[in-house]
Structures are given as structure tokens and as C-alpha cells.
Design a binder for this molecule. Sequence first.
Ligand SMILES: [Zn+2]
Length: 394
Amino acid sequence: MFLKFFLPLVLVLFACAPLRPLGPVEETPSTVPEQKKEEPPPPTPEPVEPDTAKKQIIEKTIDVGVGFEKRFAVIECPEKKWEFKAGKNSRTEIETKGNCTYAGKTYRGTWIVLSADTGVTIINHLDTEDYLKGVVPHEIGKLNAEGFEALKAQAVAARTYAYIHLGSRKTQGFDVYADTRDQVYNAKNDEDSLVNEAILATSNVVIKYNGNLIEAYYHSTCGGKTESSEVWEKESKPYLAAVLDSTEGGVFCELSRYKRWEEKFSKTELIKLFQKNATNAKADKIFPFSKIERILITEKFPSGRVKRLVVFTDKGSFEVFGDKARWLFQRAGKILPSALFSISQNGNDYIISGSGFGHGIGMCQFGVIARARAGQKFDDILKAYYTGVSVEGY
Ligand SMILES: [Zn+2]
């Protein structure tokens, strides 16, 4: 039973996780929230372009960017096959009953195609609830009935994320990306009947703090304690506080294979990696060196995640901040699973021992699944991860 349920889930989460740090939230640089200041309540300002957001929420539709800078694109609908080429500026709206295919996936909704010299942008326009059907199964995996409350919690978090980001990519001509820069949207290819039921059962339900939609970040595995949004922003949002994800019985997300992890790097390997990764890790100084003398975590966030990591070399020292430390160790395309780690030395090797997967902010998906299986209801689960919020109809 365990293997039957858990292995496929791990595979699904793992498959979608490396870049992301999950959650929608995870992890490409562009998903990192902008450095916006938000006053503590009351009252809180509308987070994202309020006029556009409100208007679109009433409309209940979302524009998802699914293809970019294509020289050539084909959308095949049951009624007609459409072909587009980069070139003169133009905007084409395709009305269809749905079930069009683009780049190997079948989509609900209609289409907007923007052509320009730089390339073709393919936008899928659809009902937000239909969009969620392509997001939730990919983000948390397909669960059995025991996980129904987890699916509901994920549906509400994903809906809240979608609503607050309506209009947020306006300059590109759509609302959200279909990948880890926002939430991974896999069209109809991943749809699942139980997930669809969970979306329907929570129809119109969102998460609010002081009457405003929240930034509902989530991630795969917190490792025991979530992180405050201070990791990304100087002034953290009160509802994205660090919380314990455990009871006397243990850590909720302990079924994750990332509850504990270890990675080993040789000194020679790290010299190469650090020089290669310094830019992506936003190191404060970038210079050539031929020897690493010490690697020190000089400051940690309250959850224990790295706040400041300093590398001493034969040519001087440099440092990286917070979650970006994961990028400093990137090898073969993979960053460290989380910033909740310690470093030890063993001869010529550095051993990184860590917990968790993802940025650690907001809802912990493996924790959500465990809480649902333990009988917690979706709204209580959400309130456990987002401090001081209400779960209510929009
Ligand atoms: Zn957790």
C-alpha cells in the first residue's frame, strides 16, 4: 500500500520539482517575489495591480502563456488547423469549442496568438477553474480518497495564487506562465477525476488575510519548519511566518524522501562549481581563485535555513544570501534541495547535510498530505501553514 501510493507520488513531485523549487513558488529566479513593501495591517494594500486583477476575477478567466518566441507554431483544433509564423505584429483570437492540441498537449479553452518579429506567443484563454484542473494534479500528485482534503487544500492555494497573479504578466500579454515561473499547468494531459471533484468542492474558495488575497506560496517538503518570507523580502508578510510542521508524534512531512538528504562535493569540484555558479547565486563579489580555504554559514534564519554563507579563498572571500546558496552548489542542472543544511568537511570532501525540498515558504505539500490522512480538514490545514488567514468564498 505504502509503495503503491507513495512511490508514484514521489516521482511526480520529484519530476516537477528540480527547477522549482516547487511550488509555484519555487524556484526559478523569476518566481522570486519582487521586492515590494507591504505595510502591516490594517489596512493592507492590494498586492498586484488591483484594477486588472479585480476585473479579471469577476470574469473568472485566465490567460496562460504556453509558448514563447516561436518562429513557427501550430494549433490544431477539431474545427481547423492554425499555423503562425513570426513576423508582422498581429493578434489572432481563435474561437473553438476546446480540445485543441499544441506542442503535444490537449487544451481546454480558446486561444490568443501574438505574432511579432521576435516570435510567436501562444496564450491559452480559459476559465480559472478549468485552469486549476491542469495545475493541481501536477503540483501535488494524484492521490487516493484519503488525500481528498489535501487536494482541496492544494486547489484553494492554487486558486488564490492564480487570482492574485491575474494581470501580473501584462507586458507579456498574459496572466501567468505555464511553468515553474508560476504554477505548472499541464493542460488536459494530467487531469484526474478526484482532483476535479476537489476543485468543484472548493469552488470560489480562496485564502485571505485582513480581507485581501494572500500570496499563497507552497513547496514540496519543509523538513520540520517552514520559513518566513523574509528570505525573499526585507519586510516579511505576516501570514508567511515560520511555523512548526510537527506534533509530538513527529514531523508531518517525514514521508518525503527529502526529509533528510546529503550531498558530497570534492574541493576541486567546488572550485569549478563556485566560479561557474557565482553569478546565478548572486554572489556579492565574483573573482577567479584557485583554492577554497573555508566555507562558513555565518548567519541563519529562524527556521535554521542559511541566511549568509561565506566562502574564503586564496584570493579573498565572497558571500551569498539566503535561498540563493542552493544555486552556488548547482551541478548537472540541479540546485541543492533546500537551504536548510549544514556543512562539514571530511578530508578533501565537503558534506552538505540537509532537510526539506523547496524554498520552505508557506504550505508544505508533503505535510498537507499527511495532515489530510490524519483527518484534518482542508481549511484547518491551510490555516496551519498560513498564519492568521481566513479561508472563504472570494
Ligand atoms: Zn513540512
